[in-house]
Design a protein around this ligand. Structure first.
Ligand code: PLP
Length: 498
């Protein structure tokens, strides 16, 4: 067999120690079924503290808003509700998320409403005193109309901007490049329309700042957007408006793969496999967006950069330290000089290391006669664990049920298949290398699935069971658990007063 190409996950404590407690994890799946999601509410609070430390280092004020859409859990939101109200809030993108966070203990003044909004969502956000992150002049008009019709208090609004320009780049000197096109936000060139609505609707809305959220890992692109928002807010002040906060959205990223070398080796091998100079790395030679055009690799790999030199709070630190392209001073200095609060909306990065997804191995058999690879069928489907859907490639951790039998040793390449009666139901299209061949009854633990992977795409197809979700907490050498919906941050898990 070809040498194993591992992409082993980055696991920090306490997730790392949870993964070493095989009997505990097996007992959970025995009791609650496969698949099973496990969350660590303490870890989300730790992550919030790390983001706050970056604020302190740059002497910035403002709030960290958890982007709820990354995970449906109650435990994570309830745990965050106990944090300093001035420091931690929550960003909701639907009416149901808004109802959920109110029931988890967030007061309206700690809530930011983003995303597409219908009248009910706008009304409840306004009713409870949330900040509304408005997408367009039209939405601002609708919100103002609701406030007037229903006699609501003035609503705090942020204006989401998009279409930021750069004066340089690949187009050559003097060429104006736009940031990647987004279907959200008002283009910076068209802000006049928003400003006039803000002035006309000042009785109904209080303009508190500008916002952006860019779907990119590029830190320069974000620094450019940050500066253009600061300049826009200067323009607003000159017109008598008084914005005081800049919301730079989320997208700070997560490092999933521990070793840079493994990531580089794998991506190089993918290119070679697409060119046909090495055996396929994937089911039926899938290329993750790359293809062979007469001996040359074309296309762009649709992959998340799974190993990252800086991610999460480290990425925020980098962004804040980067000089603004026109004004030249670090982004953090611009914010300080203007006395702007900094708002961020981390989703994925705030739930980094906060959970894992477990699947029972149901069946193992040879894939074909000559590759030496195996098919490993799991009690889970591609909707239950959707790292692949987001282009995130990382190995699961094998948790054997019993002791290793003789002859089991040595790495194997496996195809991980799901429990749907569908050719396409692959947990990952890549051949995954495991340190030894799994057996029916073993578990595979997918680490770091709390961000978008454990419940975002889960569905009821074929009436397969949806994963249950539990919250766990370390207590001495053991772990306590409870169903996610029963977690309240007032007692130690298991009911002992904390
Ligand atoms: C999705 C989203 C976020 C969170 O993005 P992450 O990449 O998970 O940090 C924040 N703000 C807005 C407006 C979003 O749409």
């Amino acid at each position: 067999m070809d040498a194993p190409l591992y992409l082993r996950p980055r696991v920090d404590p306490p997730l790392a120690s949870l993964l070493t407690d095989r009997p505990f994890l097996h007992s959970l799946v025995d009791a609650l079924g496969s698949p099973l999601n496990v969350l660590l509410p303490e870890a989300v609070a730790e992550n919030a503290a790390r983001f706050r430390a970056v604020y302190r280092r740059h002497r910035l004020t403002g709030r960290v808003y958890f982007a709820h859409k990354a995970n449906r859990s109650s435990a994570l939101v309830r745990r965050l509700a106990t944090e300093d109200p001035a420091a931690v809030g929550v960003d909701v993108a639907s009416l149901e998320e808004l109802k959920h966070v109110l029931g988890c203990g967030f007061t309206g003044d700690r809530i930011m409403a983003t995303g597409p909004k219908d009248a009910a969502f706008l009304w409840l956000a306004a009713r409870v005193g949330a900040t509304v992150n408005v997408d367009s002049p039209g939405e601002l008009e609708r919100l103002s109309g609701l406030v007037r019709t229903h006699g609501l208090g003035r609503v705090s609004v942020l204006v989401r901007l998009a279409g930021f320009e750069s004066a340089s780049g690949h187009g050559g000197a003097g060429t104006r490049l736009l940031s990647r096109r987004s279907r959200f936000g008002t283009p910076v060139r068209e802000t006049e329309s928003v400003l006039s609505v803000l002035e006309r609707c000042a009785d109904a809305v209080e303009f508190t700042g500008a916002a952006y959220h860019l779907d990119t890992t590029g830190v320069e692109e974000k620094a450019r957007a940050l500066e253009q928002c600061v300049l826009f807010m200067d323009e607003c002040r000159a017109r008598g408006l008084a914005p005081r906060a800049l919301d730079i959205g989320g997208g700070f990223g997560v490092g999933y793969v521990a070793e840079a070398e493994e990531w580089e080796r794998w991506t190089t091998a993918l290119t070679e496999a697409v060119l046909g100079v090495r055996p396929p790395l994937t089911w039926r030679g899938h290329g993750y967006g790359l293809h062979n055009e007469g001996g040359t690799v074309r296309g762009a790999a649709a992959l998340y950069p799974a190993h990252r030199p800086s991610a999460g709070p480290g990425y925020l630190d980098e962004l804040l330290s980067l000089p603004a392209p026109v004004l030249g001073r670090p982004s953090a200095t611009l914010l300080l000089e203007h006395l702007h609060d900094l708002y961020i909306e981390p989703g994925r990065s705030l739930v980094d290391q906060c959970g894992l997804s477990l699947a029972r191995v149901l069946d193992v058999r040879p894939a074909d006669s000559d590759s030496g690879h195996h098919l490993v069928r799991l009690g889970m489907n591609a909707g239950d664990m959707s790292l692949e859907e987001h282009g995130v490639l990382v190995d699961p951790v094998l948790l054997p049920r019993g002791e290793t039998a003789p002859g089991d040793e040595g790495p194997v390449g496996v195809h991980l298949t799901g429990n749907l009666c569908l050719e396409g139901d692959l947990i990952t299209r890549r051949i995954v290398f495991l340190p030894r061949l799994p057996h029916a009854g073993d578990l595979l633990a997918f680490a770091n699935t709390a961000g978008y992977a454990m419940d975002f795409h889960a569905h009821h197809a074929q009436r397969q069971p949806l994963a249950r979700t539990v919250a766990v907490e370390g207590q001495g050498d053991s772990w306590r658990w409870c169903p996610d919906e029963d977690y309240w941050p007032i007692t130690a898990l298991g009911g002992t007063p904390g």
